[in-house]
Design a binder for this molecule. Structure first.
Ligand code: FAD
Length: 388
């Protein structure tokens, strides 16, 4: 008998889960609160581990076509423009940059028609004998399994993990934007500029666009400025070009200002026939560029466990045992990295360390398997043709 799942949330994690479930022969519905299914926000990068997950989902090729290689890990600069490390022309780079909407679209195109329901807000969950029922704005739906992929402020987590603490503000804030710019121009192939108290990230995007983000400290969450673009520009006004030019080229209303939060580790990602996935389970500081990548990994591991275990509860426990240590270690590392890269005291030591590091050693660390997180290999999902 075909098994059915309800996926709560149609972000990158929720859509990847729908694709993964389709790969193993399940039926699913994705309930998305927003009236329109789209990924808001700006850009992101994906590392080799996430690209392997996309390959296993069967959309790696489409994703690579929608993204652009970025040299952000190879080009480290100081605010006056000097390079601490510099990628050589023709160097391979393991990172691919995406406009969020482009990666989201690649996944959406792989979700079977009719699976996604928008304006569908989930408000309740009830476990029955062998099934689980979800209350949503349009009524009720029952399935064998519910997956909460509803983001950092997850309703599924609030309902089933009532003791879990709310997201933690990390004392950091970020301005983000996408500017129209020639990605081949000098300084736009991807870089990180490290200043005292904050860093500025540049990723080239497809179709003549460039993503930028400035991450710095904030005493408290929720501080907003009348003109966010002016505030971002003021903070890096003396930094090297093309930083001020990129901010200037971004439409005022396209500049996003957000506070950085993450989740303290949960004791389990599974409750009965419900599982948390992506930011709902392990929202993390963006400093390792891994949040969405980990949700892609989650989706493949969950589907492989469901395909390999006849009992859903056993499969969910396998998912939890495999994903919790890795995602929580990544979140811990990202929290610590973010603390260091925005700390004025750690700044000088970090700059000295990077400057002293031989370029060959730096380059080795940024190859596809130069870092433990990037080396992850996905479990194999049954191929659509061999599935019965
Ligand atoms: P979300 O994208 O939050 O999706 C959740 C969805 O659930 C939403 O569509 C929401 O509308 C819906 N929803 C919520 N509640 C309900 C409900 N009750 N009923 C129905 N639907 C509901 N990650 C990377 O991999 N690489 C990067 O370079 C990177 N850069 C980042 C930079 C910044 C500044 C930030 C903040 C994050 C970055 N991330 C990055 C992390 C990444 O954005 C997230 O990890 C990822 O988007 C999480 O996807 P998700 O599907 O789990 O959650």
């Amino acid at each position: 008998m075909t098994r059915r799942a309800i996926v709560v949330g149609g972000g990158i994690g929720g859509l990847a889960t729908a694709v993964a479930l389709h790969r193993i022969g399940w039926q699913a519905v994705v309930l998305e609160r927003a009236a329109e299914l789209r990924e808001i926000g700006a850009g992101m990068s994906q590392a080799p581990n996430a690209m392997r997950a996309l390959d296993e989902l069967g959309v790696g090729e489409q994703a690579r076509a929608a993204g652009v290689p970025t040299y952000s890990a190879g080009n480290l600069r100081l605010p006056d423009g000097r390079y601490l490390q510099r990628a050589r022309p023709g160097d391979p780079t393991p990172l691919i940059a995406f406009h969020r909407a482009d990666l989201h679209r690649v996944l959406l195109e792989a979700v079977p028609a009719g699976w996604v329901r928008t304006s569908a807000e989930v408000t309740g969950i009830r476990h029955d004998q062998q099934t689980v029922t979800v209350a949503w704005s349009g009524g009720e739906a029952t399935a064998d399994l519910v997956i909460g992929a509803d983001g950092i402020r997850s309703t599924v987590r609030r309902l089933l993990w009532p003791d879990a603490p709310p997201p933690r503000f990390l004392g950091r804030t970020a301005w983000l934007g996408v500017a129209d710019a020639d990605a081949d121009a000098e300084g736009l192939s991807g870089s990180v500029t490290m200043g005292p108290g904050g860093y500025f990230l540049i990723h080239p995007l497809s179709r003549g666009r460039v993503y930028w983000a400035y991450v710095t400290t904030a005493d408290q969450p929720g501080i907003h400025y009348e003109a966010e673009k002016t505030e971002a520009a003021r903070r890096v006004a003396t930094w090297h070009q093309p930083i001020p030019a990129l901010i200037a080229a971004t439409p005022d209303e396209a500049v996003i200002h957000i506070d950085i939060c993450d989740l303290d580790p949960l004791p389990t990602y599974v409750h009965g026939r419900a599982a948390l996935l992506g930011d709902a389970a392990h929202a993390m500081s963006p400093d390792r560029g891994q949040g969405a990548g980990q949700s892609l990994e989650d989706s493949v591991v969950l589907a492989a466990a469901l395909a390999g275990e006849p009992a859903i509860e056993t499969a969910l426990h396998r998912y939890d045992a495999e994903r919790r240590p890795r995602t929580q270690a990544t979140a811990r590392g990202a929290r610590a990295d973010g603390g260091r890269t925005t700390s004025t005291t750690a700044y000088r030591a970090m700059v000295t360390m990077i400057r002293l590091m031989p370029a060959s050693l730096w380059r080795k660390g940024i190859t596809a398997d130069g870092n433990a997180t990037w080396r992850w290999q996905p479990p194999r999902l049954p191929s659509p043709t061999t599935r019965h």
